[in-house]
Design a binder for this molecule. Structure first.
Ligand code: B3K
Ligand code: ZN
Length: 896
């Protein structure tokens, strides 16, 4: 049975259960405080498992009755054990009926069955189903479900569950019911129900084989004007999966439901996806371009899970990346294709793809690299965990997607597709492992991927070193690649990985050279994928007339840190000429990172800060280059994330880093003011708002110009910001102007914040932005109020609530995670506040508390003085009474 609290669960301890479940028939009598769940299931002995009792997990359940084949169990036949029940069964098959009572209104964990704004919703992944009824709640138990829901007709006119609707009817006392049947086998984590007062936007579409299907997006009536984009995104996702992978929707009805209180982004329940409102609702007045993009990609992600996750699922939770890494990769490809498709030239399409890739890599570098360098470092397939909910990580998701992308790079588009086809032909309807997936990729392509499997077992970000030597006499260029993965907690020794490295060589005129590898017939390509499989290997390129500039890791072909000796001139050269847009962006970011870290070092040492002139020139050259796609330029001139920069410091120190960033923004804002103004004026988007990459790119660069100008804060800048704020035709412009004002010391910032609040006071999602912006505010003048005091004050705003995850993520998450200089203030008050809030949150919602707790897990990267201030806060949380396993694991690992 489930282990004792605090003992880790190990991947190598996997055992199939002695009894599985063939069919489940659930009956819900919904009531806010006393919901009664009757669960009748046919349990069958598993011939492939060692003999043992029937195991049922259960948590926070009140058991009203239990029978076996209609009989009261014999004395001692049913045993209560930690985490559930064990039942001795003689027969190969038994019909078990268990009736439980639960209290949805008191369920603030938002796991299991809970209430939000008067409705009932479920969240079962990973282990929420056991909070609804007793069940062998593991992903390898796949069963057929039928569900009957009964609720008050006035407050919950809509009754939904997975699959197809069989029957509805009215009952006495104002109640009504619905019966649903899911024709597909599914694990319990994909179960869902919704009973609420909702309205749907509906569309009927025809699938690739000519089946007519019904699509619905369910929201509260007041939000119906914000669901069009989610519906379009769903239809685009369906088409894309048909075209690219030959995968069709397998149900007659597919539903998306939006709920305001939700721990994560969304959930892929079979046929009934439940979403955080943040990833469904978007219209021009309330959603930014980024919101539109996020809605599209999350809708796609959850839809794609229908095949990668639902039809083929995970054998155990250690295999989580099997569905998550693969599905993130699929949604990234989808977004890139959608962006490219909307572009009006091949160049624009290539740039749009690069912009998508850049966004993916930004998330990896700022979210996953720190994780890989801290106490929570784990392979994409972890070896152990204490609380599975802590392992829905950037490593499992984002690095997992990079691992799938490497397979795609190594096998090619067609080879990858063949591997996917084989995967579904072997494993449809099964719960499998990552080895099964990679095995199909290998078999379909006759490829040897044994070495590649190390990506699944080794944690830590590999360092890739590239060194080139030009030999004029032989007209050859030799490139040596070597790799090294630093030790991570629990994994001191690392082995070499199989790394695809895309490489190009740039000639003095800025054009790519055709590549000819010594001893190889094939020639002419300008980018080659080199496969590094050992600690070090050299490649020799021939027929090269003069020393080239190498462009290594094009398109970011592997999730590694590239170490390459490049002086400023070379970086500026690649920033201007690299034909690979990703690497061109990367060159700019490397240059900017170098400048920022040098400024921070000057600040820390008490020396005056001085932005190098050459950098200013290179920056200006990009800013004024109007032949480049504005979206790309915006990415190139945007600051690297502070979280990533902290990772790159010898000893992380947020205060001088922040001073460096402010200095850089101000200096550039002043020196290039005229260029910023010209660009700003040119980029105005005419006409009605449309979510389109070309328009979004212009708005992004325009907002970036405003941000630099406002950092300097001349009167023109202030005037432009106020005008944009007041006359914005959409949220991207309004929010962009507000952000520029807030990130400045202009007295106008307060007025703008008030006006924004006034305008959107009843709009929860827009207020989340308002909270986030203030939580993330930098201090541009010593006289400015401290952010912590602002955050505390904002917690008293009637729109704020500790029990709404979105509010917590915006205000507290914004402060703990997106504002390092203010959070790590010298008096340690930020840490005391953190401890207080983590403990308070943990009483109600351990998953949310744990996410906030993770803000300090990387504490050992900071200077010794900062560490000394953080430790007591960690110890205070660790010592708190009744701490959840979720937070216990995080602070335990941090302090270990
Ligand atoms: N599979 C869910 C995540 C569930 C998180 C549980 N703590 C959403 C997704 O990845 O699509
Ligand atoms: Zn997912």
């Amino acid at each position: 049975m489930r282990t004792q609290q605090g003992t880790p669960i190990r991947r190598d301890a996997y055992q199939p259960l002695a009894y599985t479940v063939a069919t489940v028939d659930l009956d819900f009598m919904l009531d806010p405080q006393e919901t009664v769940v009757t669960n009748r299931m046919r349990c069958v002995r598993n011939p492939d498992a060692p003999a043992g009792p029937l195991v049922l997990f259960g948590e926070a359940l009140e058991r009203l009755s239990l029978s076996l084949d209609g009989q009261v169990p014999a004395a001692g036949q049913v045993r209560e054990v930690e985490g559930g029940l064990e039942i001795d069964v003689d027969a190969d098959e038994v019909l078990l009926e268990v009736v439980t009572r639960i209290d949805p209104s008191a369920n603030l964990t938002l796991s299991g069955l809970y209430q939000s704004r008067g409705g009932y919703y479920t969240q079962c992944e990973a282990e929420g189903f056991r909070r609804i009824t007793y069940f062998p709640d593991r992903p390898d138990i796949m069963a057929r479900y039928t569900v009957r829901l009964e609720a008050d007709a006035a407050t919950c006119p809509v009754l939904l569950s997975n699959g197809n609707l069989l029957e509805t009817g009215t009952l006495p006392n104002g109640r009504h019911f619905a019966r649903w049947e899911d024709p597909f086998l599914k694990p319990s984590y994909l179960f869902a129900l919704v009973a609420a007062d909702l309205k749907a936007l509906e569309r009927r579409v025809t699938t690739m084989t000519g089946r007519d299907v019904l699509l619905q997006v369910w929201v509260e009536a007041r939000d119906l004007d914000r669901v069009g984009h989610a519906m379009d995104s769903l239809i685009h996702s369906m088409r894309w999966d048909e075209e690219v992978f030959g995968l069709e929707l397998d149900l007659d009805r597919f539903m998306i439901v939006a709920v305001s209180d939700f721990n994560m982004g969304a959930m892929e329940n079979k046929g009934l996806n439940i979403f955080n409102t943040k990833y469904v609702l978007a219209n021009p007045e309330t959603g930014t371009d980024l919101d539109f993009e996020n809605v599209e990609s999350v809708v796609a992600h959850e839809y794609f899970h229908n095949w990668t996750g639902n039809r083929v699922t995970c054998r155990d939770w250690f295999q989580l990346t099997l569905k998550e890494g693969l599905t993130v990769f699929r949604d990234q490809q989808f977004t890139a294709d959608m962006m490219a498709r909307a572009s009006d030239s091949a160049d624009a399409a290539a740039s749009a793809r690069a912009v998508t890739r850049i966004a993916n890599v930004r998330v990896l570098r700022s979210g996953q690299f720190p994780e890989d360098a801290g106490p929570m470092a784990h392979p994409i397939r972890p070896d152990s965990y204490q609380e599975i909910n802590n392992f829905y990580t950037a490593t499992v998701y984002q690095k997992g997607a990079e691992v799938i992308r490497m397979l795609h790079t190594l096998l090619g588009r067609e080879g990858f597709r063949n591997g996917m086809d084989l995967y579904f032909s072997y494993h449809d309807g099964q719960a499998v492992t990552c080895d099964d997936f990679v095995g199909c990729m290998a078999e379909a392509n006759g490829a040897d991927l044994d070495l590649f499997m190390r990506w699944y077992s080794q944690a830590g970000t590999p360092r890739l070193k590239a060194e080139g030597v030009y030999d004029a006499a032989s007209r050859s260029y030799s490139l040596t690649l070597s790799q090294h993965t630093p030790a991570t907690s629990g994994q001191p020794d690392k082995l070499p990985l199989h790394i695809p490295v895309a490489v190009g060589l740039i000639g003095a005129d800025g054009a790519d050279l055709p590549l000819q590898l010594e001893g190889e017939a094939r020639a002419g390509e300008t980018t080659r994928v080199l496969e590094l499989k050992a600690e070090s290997h050299s490649w020799c390129f021939t027929g090269i007339d003069a020393e080239p500039v190498p462009s290594v890791l094009r398109g970011y072909s592997a999730p590694v840190i590239l170490d390459i000796a490049e002086d400023d001139t070379r970086l500026a050269f690649r920033m201007a000429h690299d034909s690979d847009p990703f690497n061109r962006w990367d060159a700019a970011q490397r240059y900017m990172e170098r400048v920022i870290l040098a400024l921070a070092a000057d600040k820390a040492a008490g020396r005056p800060m001085q932005v190098p002139q050459a950098f200013g020139h290179a920056f200006r050259a990009l800013l004024t280059n109007d032949s480049l796609d504005p979206a790309f330029v915006a990415e190139t001139l945007a600051l690297p994330a502070e979280a990533y920069l902290l990772e790159r410091m010898e000893q992380a120190d947020p205060a001088p880093l922040r001073a460096a960033l402010i200095h850089l923004l101000r200096e550039l804002g002043q020196a290039l003011q005229a260029d910023f103004v010209v660009r700003y004026m040119d980029l105005e988007v005419e006409g009605d708002y449309r979510y389109h990459p070309a328009d979004a790119g212009r708005r992004a660069l325009r907002n970036l110009c405003l941000r630099y100008m406002m950092a300097w804060g001349g009167p023109t800048a202030v005037q432009l910001a106020i005008l944009q704020f007041q006359h914005a035709g959409n949220m991207t412009e309004r929010y962009g102007a507000l952000a520029a004002l807030v990130q400045s010391d202009s007295p106008e910032r307060c007025k703008a914040l008030e006006a924004f609040h006034e305008r959107y006071r009843d709009d929860a999602l827009v207020l989340d932005k308002w909270f986030l912006l203030q939580a993330g505010a930098w201090r541009w003048a010593d006289s400015a109020p401290a952010t912590l005091e602002q955050v505390r004050a904002l917690m008293g705003n009637p729109a704020f609530s500790l029990s709404n995850p979105n509010k917590v993520y915006s205000l507290l998450g914004g402060y703990f995670k997106a504002n390092p200089a203010e959070f790590h203030r010298e008096d340690g008050a930020g840490y005391a506040f953190w401890a207080e809030q983590v403990i308070a949150l943990d009483r109600n919602n351990p998953q949310v508390a744990s996410r906030m707790a993770r803000a300090l897990e990387g504490w050992r990267k900071f200077t010794p003085e900062i560490q000394a201030r953080i430790r007591p806060a960690l110890e205070r949380v660790a010592a708190a009474e009744g701490l959840s396993p979720d937070v216990t694991e995080i602070v335990g690992k941090a302090l270990a």
